[in-house]
Design a binder for this molecule. Structure first.
Ligand code: GDP
Ligand code: IMO
Ligand code: MG
Length: 454
């Protein structure tokens, strides 16, 4: 038998909170050793920030491996694709010397986001008034609605202009009907949209490929593969704080469905969580703060949405929600980001349980998503630290109180901490173990964080 190359590992990176955990920074860092990176859900509602040598890049659709030559980036079938947004992002990258389209491959099965989806997103949010979800206004929800209704126009449809025009006319007709309910709507012209989309489509058709097959091939040839989640587990359409969620499955299971690999191809799931919590948009947030500590997190963490610029709400780390995310994603290891943002707080707190309106204390989120809003956090106090963790790359150099905080989070979460991020820069990271190297951890075993004490 000829020698088979050692297989690479397939690692899913997901946000374990309400998004913006620092997924982009981590994916960019980890791609140093990867052959491929794929997005598997969401669309350009994502905003993933990479900072290298003081230079900031914000990516919405293009995977966070794009800055590295030799890494192939994929947009999987689970992504709803805005062609104008993609071309704009690629053009911005090209201006900065990054040949994004040369590094990109796209699934033929991505549903297309059309102008009517964006209009519907805005019209519905406006009509909801005080009950608005606070969407990013990118047309994400309406585009997924059309996918599930089996009337979406997909990337592969661009290959046949005549049938594309017919399919698009059907969708636009439906959108004009829906939009007719809202004031000030000018009917959309299907002929004009078809022309523009077919024209732009020429740029992306050469990139179309069987994404799942290419990922498996890369893995079998010995390359590591990253599957980059967008949003976060608490925004998942099924498992999140419905209806204040996005319209896709954001959990790790979606990485298989959204790229065309199988569930057993996933070797490892890295869950990213901030050392505290943020949320942008409306919806319940049990540990939300409106005090000095919350303002400290917002100011020091520069908590403004990467896509919409909206201020992010801030609060303590919520272990009830995090444990649920760990379950829903079968998280193998955690990355704790923005530890440095807590520097200088006299006291830090962790939410270990919820108190319900009847006074009972529970360690699981409520069964009814609507009841989330009435949960009060049960908080555990810990000593803060005054010497900075900002930029540290070694565990041993962290202040003792910061170490204790991480260890407490690890114990309460029940999975090992694999990485700690101490600043926005790629190299401001403590790597305890790489998700590409690990043997899976067994409960009861000492993690690297704890073992390093002995
Ligand atoms: P993503 O959507 O999960 O990729 O996260 P975003 O890019 O939307 O938001 C994370 C923000 O925090 C970005 O501005 C990052 O540059 C920044 N960031 C990431 N990790 C750290 C960290 O460890 N410390 C600090 N201070 N900032 C970080
Ligand atoms: P990344 O990948 C944080 C939120 C919106 C809104 C809800 C629904 O950068 O972590 P949508 O436009 O998806 O229909 O909005 O989801 N949201 C995000 N919040 N980070 C994101 O992405 C988000 N993408 C959507 O604010 O509350
Ligand atoms: Mg973001």
């Amino acid at each position: 038998m000829p020698d088979m190359p050692a297989r690479g590992r397939m690692v899913v990176v997901i946000g374990a909170q309400w998004g913006d955990e620092g997924k982009g920074k981590l994916v960019d860092l980890l791609t140093e050793r990867a052959a491929a990176v794929a997005r598997f859900q969401g669309g350009h509602n994502a905003g993933h920030t990479l900072v290298i040598g003081g230079r900031k890049t914000v990516l919405s659709l293009i995977p966070s491996g794009v800055l590295r030559e030799g890494v192939t980036c994929y947009i999987g079938n689970g992504v709803v694709l805005s062609i104008p947004a993609l071309l704009k992002e690629a053009a911005t990258l090209a201006e900065g010397g990054v040949p994004a389209l040369e590094r990109l491959r796209i699934s033929p099965n991505c549903p297309l986001i059309l102008p009517g989806h964006v209009e519907l997103d805005h019209a519905r949010e406006k009509a909801r008034g005080a009950r608005a979800i606070g969407t990013t206004g990118r047309g994400i929800g309406p585009a997924y609605e059309d996918k599930v209704a089996r009337r979406a126009v997909r990337v592969a449809d661009l290959m046949d202009p005549v049938s594309f025009q017919a399919k698009l006319a059907e969708v636009v007709d439906h959108q004009n009907y829906l939009l007719g309910r809202y004031e000030g709507h000018t009917p959309l012209d299907p002929v004009e949209i078809a022309e523009r989309w077919l024209d732009m489509g020429q740029r992306i058709l050469p990139l179309v490929t069987d994404v799942g097959a290419e990922l498996i091939n890369a893995r079998d040839a010995g390359g590591h593969v990253l599957l980059e989640g967008a949003q976060g587990a608490l925004l998942d359409i099924d498992h999140g704080t419905y209806p204040f969620v996005t319209s896709s499955n954001t959990v790790a299971g979606a990485a298989a469905v959204g790229t065309g690999i199988g569930p057993r191809d996933i070797d490892h799931v890295l869950g990213i969580t901030k050392a505290y919590t943020t949320r942008v948009g409306a919806g319940p947030f049990p540990t939300e703060l409106d005090d000095h500590a919350g303002r400290h997190m917002a100011r020091v963490g520069q908590e403004f949405g990467a896509v919409t610029g909206r201020p992010r709400r801030t609060g303590w780390l919520d272990l009830v929600a995090l444990r649920q995310s760990i379950r829903h994603n079968s998280v193998s290891g955690l990355c704790i980001t923005k530890l440095d943002v807590l520097d200088g707080l006299e006291r830090v707190r962790l939410c270990t349980a919820y108190r319900l309106p009847d006074g009972s204390v529970v360690e699981q989120p409520p069964l009814r998503a609507d009841d989330y809003a009435s949960c009060q956090p049960v908080l555990e106090d810990m000593e803060g630290w005054s010497s900075p963790t900002s930029g540290l790359t070694e565990l041993a150099r962290l202040p003792a109180a910061a170490r204790r905080y991480l260890e407490r989070v690890e114990t309460l979460a029940g999975v090992p901490v694999e990485l700690v991020s101490t600043g926005p820069e790629r190299d401001q990271t403590i790597v305890l173990r790489s998700p590409f190297d690990v043997r899976e951890w067994c409960p009861g075993e000492d993690s690297n964080l704890h073992a390093s004490r002995h």
